[in-house]
Write a protein that binds this ligand. Sequence first.
Ligand SMILES: *[C@@H]1O[C@H](CO)[C@@H](O)[C@H](O)[C@H]1NC(C)=O
Ligand SMILES: *[C@@H]1O[C@H](CO)[C@@H](O)[C@H](O)[C@H]1NC(C)=O
Ligand SMILES: *[C@@H]1O[C@H](CO)[C@@H](O)[C@H](O)[C@H]1NC(C)=O
Ligand SMILES: *[C@@H]1O[C@H](CO)[C@@H](O)[C@H](O)[C@H]1NC(C)=O
Ligand SMILES: *[C@@H]1O[C@H](CO)[C@@H](O)[C@H](O)[C@H]1NC(C)=O
Ligand SMILES: *[C@@H]1O[C@H](CO)[C@@H](O)[C@H](O)[C@H]1NC(C)=O
Ligand SMILES: *[C@@H]1O[C@H](CO)[C@@H](O)[C@H](O)[C@H]1NC(C)=O
Ligand SMILES: *[C@@H]1O[C@H](CO)[C@@H](O)[C@H](O)[C@H]1NC(C)=O
Ligand SMILES: *[C@@H]1O[C@H](CO)[C@@H](O)[C@H](O)[C@H]1NC(C)=O
Ligand SMILES: *[C@@H]1O[C@H](CO)[C@@H](O)[C@H](O)[C@H]1NC(C)=O
Ligand SMILES: *[C@@H]1O[C@H](CO)[C@@H](O)[C@H](O)[C@H]1NC(C)=O
Ligand SMILES: *[C@@H]1O[C@H](CO)[C@@H](O)[C@H](O)[C@H]1NC(C)=O
Ligand SMILES: [Cu+2]
Length: 810
Amino acid sequence: MKCLASTTANGLALGLLLLAELVPGALAVPKTPWARERAGGRGRKIYNRDLIRRAANSTGECDIVGAKDVNAPKDNIWGGLTTEEAVSVTAWLFSQPDLNLTASENATSWDNTLQLVELNHPNKTDALAYIDGSAAPPARYAHAIISHGSSDEAYFQDILVGPLPVVNGTTKWEPLEYPYTRKTEGKVRNLGADDDFLYDEWHAWVGSLVADITLDLWNGTALGLANDTLTIWGIDPLYQDGDGRIKRWDTFFSIADSIFDTGSITPMGLFFMSDVTGRNVSDWTLDGWYYNGVFYESTDDFRSAFWGGEVEKLGGNFDGPWAWTDQRGPVPRFDERAPPVEVTPQGARYAVDQERKYVEWMGWSFYIGFTRDTGMALYDIRLKGQRILYELGLQEALAHYAGSDPTQSHTAYLDTFYGFGPYAFELVKGYDCPAYATYLNTSFYVAETTHTHLNSICVFESLADYPMMRHSAADYVAVSKNVLLTVRSVSTVGNYDYMFSYTFHMDGTLGVEVRASGYIQAAFYAKNEDYGFHIHDFLSGSMHDHVLNFKADFDILGTNNTVQTMDVVPVTTAYPWSNGKVFNTMQVQRKFLENENHGRFNWGYNGQQQVLVVNQEERNRYGELRGYRVLPGNGGTAHLTVLDSTVIKNSARWAEFDVSVSKRKDTEPRSAHPYNNQDTPNPPINFAEFFDGESLNQTDLVLWLNLGMHHVPNTADLPNTVFTTAHSGLYFTPVNYFNQGINIETVNMVRIDYTAIAATEVLLFGSDNQTCALDYEPHSPDLWEYHGDVIVRKLPYEPDDAYRGTIVVG
Ligand SMILES: *[C@@H]1O[C@H](CO)[C@@H](O)[C@H](O)[C@H]1NC(C)=O
Ligand SMILES: *[C@@H]1O[C@H](CO)[C@@H](O)[C@H](O)[C@H]1NC(C)=O
Ligand SMILES: *[C@@H]1O[C@H](CO)[C@@H](O)[C@H](O)[C@H]1NC(C)=O
Ligand SMILES: *[C@@H]1O[C@H](CO)[C@@H](O)[C@H](O)[C@H]1NC(C)=O
Ligand SMILES: *[C@@H]1O[C@H](CO)[C@@H](O)[C@H](O)[C@H]1NC(C)=O
Ligand SMILES: *[C@@H]1O[C@H](CO)[C@@H](O)[C@H](O)[C@H]1NC(C)=O
Ligand SMILES: *[C@@H]1O[C@H](CO)[C@@H](O)[C@H](O)[C@H]1NC(C)=O
Ligand SMILES: *[C@@H]1O[C@H](CO)[C@@H](O)[C@H](O)[C@H]1NC(C)=O
Ligand SMILES: *[C@@H]1O[C@H](CO)[C@@H](O)[C@H](O)[C@H]1NC(C)=O
Ligand SMILES: *[C@@H]1O[C@H](CO)[C@@H](O)[C@H](O)[C@H]1NC(C)=O
Ligand SMILES: *[C@@H]1O[C@H](CO)[C@@H](O)[C@H](O)[C@H]1NC(C)=O
Ligand SMILES: *[C@@H]1O[C@H](CO)[C@@H](O)[C@H](O)[C@H]1NC(C)=O
Ligand SMILES: [Cu+2]
């Protein structure tokens, strides 16, 4: 579709001009005393017409090009391995006899396989010497994970490989241990080593034991056959009691007979417990059944109760239009018409180095990194050339459920186990991000291949639905547009879609936002009124807490920073002028956070506490400490409601407080490890161990900040949760950082002077009010270009035939 429409770059100003013609009448009587005082001076303002710099375009067509090109000042040292590096590391690891690796395509659960090959991020000190100084780029190392299946105790091991490039004789591998609190040579047990047996045989066997019952209840079976109408899955993490036993609860779901991914909302309410300790699957036991509020210690007990007529039979939840997301119901009036779209009449106003994933916009600049575990992260975020944050990114996402039934009770997903990187799928142009956005690819390792998700990060400018600054007075109105830059990716981890957005604002504010949509994981509705709403025939909107931990490594005018809290407190005080009379009023109380023993806390009551990251050595013109404030943003934030969770134990201590401040260390780069769920009492990274009383006074700090929501799904979460309210955010905003608000620097503002009769002047400060014919084509994406996965093999690597034997999902 090509459709030309006429637009003005400053349409809003035009609208205001019309408005101004209407409004002055209402303002003819000055509304404030000070306005009245100045009213005598009202008149035509003089301004420099040279300010108006028109972008002449002889063709008369708007210039709609993509992001401007820019060369990043430095290499992106967080961007990932090159294909050559990943290929050579993979080949080198396979040639190491001590690793005894088997190619994934040929591996059984009793072989060693290579789970991951990616860039090991450099230590910050080395990185700073490069990005801030003239040092060479830090030495590159690969981080690999070996899955050790060839023994009775299956385990994963994190290892370091390098330095790169691979040189036979020089390159070494060693256990990677320094980033983890647990010092076990990077090893952690693998509780899923026999998952193939579990899903292919154990579940089918259990399903066969009760096939007569499932047929009677729901006319269905879960036998591991292609024509099954039921399926079985269970808790994550597996239940890890102190006694060394590993137990799981599983439950039956009906299988969708449509294309829709309704699996997580069709539970059937029958549960069983298995003891899956150890690798000899002949030792596994089936330890009990649960149905409709009653626990049965054995299959025989359950069977005899069932056929003895002692069991109250409930129905089931089945796929159907109620669970589908296609349009349904009466179409709202006018809704068939095309909704408003944003356009970029003169092209992008930001610059991107696509290869280095580096972005510049309105004084801001940053690099984008990407990893398997946590997806997109931002590095070296600068404003006006000064670093504000060295690193800003997701660490882990917890979805902690609760319920009267054993699977909801035992479920607390730690999503980096699945990884945010592999699930950051291609974005849908015009829907997830504006069609005119700049789209970047992301890549991640899986089974000796590199998968690429095309167009899975978007960068775009847009106009907020409210202005940045305005004021009306007796004789003028001044308003500035609120343009922001957003960097976004969406990771669909199982049933849920997490949309991550970082927003950059022209007043120096940086926003961190998460929204959630997709299918909820619902519970079977039976005796669980205290855990949520009844939302469908036999469905309960299972309550759960989402908590998402972000690392914010601030560097305010250097790495030595301090957190200052400023409380607004009620006081009773007398003043020299109050003649002994006491006043009930309020004051601010400032305090520096001294050490890590006080490093973890929640947002204050009634929003009365400000949390500031300042540099005590850097003051502004008025002697105030320059800093950034961290505050809950749109949608608020949440920490975990459950105290000392029975399920996650020590594996997500980061979820306990809104804010945690620790001294930054090369040995504490992450708050969580993707395999924390494999050993919940003794995980590779126990965040609580970061807090050991170290001084936080003028040192390099990390703020570990939680986003999240307490989610009690209701009927509005069906068929899918909506992004509107499943939303959490934080803002980082300058406080005394500049000598005044830098929002004043935008030319995209207008001042309209007026008299009681008419507008007398329109000042545009050089912003372009050009009128041009807009070509809508770049704003109308071709949705048939949607790609899906692209996979490049690494073993054996054949550059001329990189796609051999792989499936390219289209
Ligand atoms: C004018 O617009 C055309 C069409 O988009 C574009 O190719 C050209 O570069 C523009 N010229 C100027 C001076 O901006
Ligand atoms: C898998 O095994 C087959 C048969 O032994 C062999 O031909 C093939 O090269 C192996 N694949 C890899 C990637 O090593
Ligand atoms: C290497 O792994 C195989 C299984 O892939 C195993 O049978 C063998 O014992 C292992 N060799 C060594 C030396 O550990
Ligand atoms: C390293 O040695 C292995 C096996 O000896 C060989 O296959 C490989 O090509 C060598 N790699 C390099 C980079 O020399
Ligand atoms: C039970 O399921 C079978 C096959 O799945 C189907 O043919 C049959 O009609 C079903 N019976 C009822 C009563 O729904
Ligand atoms: C399901 O498939 C199995 C194996 O192919 C077959 O024996 C059985 O009759 C099928 N069941 C139904 C209900 O079609
Ligand atoms: C596995 O367990 C079964 C039952 O306890 C036992 O008979 C068998 O010897 C065990 N196998 C191994 C390899 O230990
Ligand atoms: C993304 O990958 C595709 C296919 O390899 C390539 O054509 C495109 O240039 C890449 N985009 C960027 C921004 O690198
Ligand atoms: C940070 O402060 C410490 C002492 O408090 C000092 O030794 C160090 O040099 C400072 N670092 C920088 C980068 O200024
Ligand atoms: C990074 O820091 C850790 C912890 O101090 C250290 O063990 C490691 O050797 C450092 N890495 C490099 C490449 O210097
Ligand atoms: C914190 O650091 C500042 C600046 O280095 C210093 O003046 C102050 O005395 C320190 N405060 C404490 C409590 O150590
Ligand atoms: C755009 O700017 C020109 C030059 O100052 C002015 O003549 C014109 O009225 C402006 N148009 C709009 C729509 O503001
Ligand atoms: Cu939720």
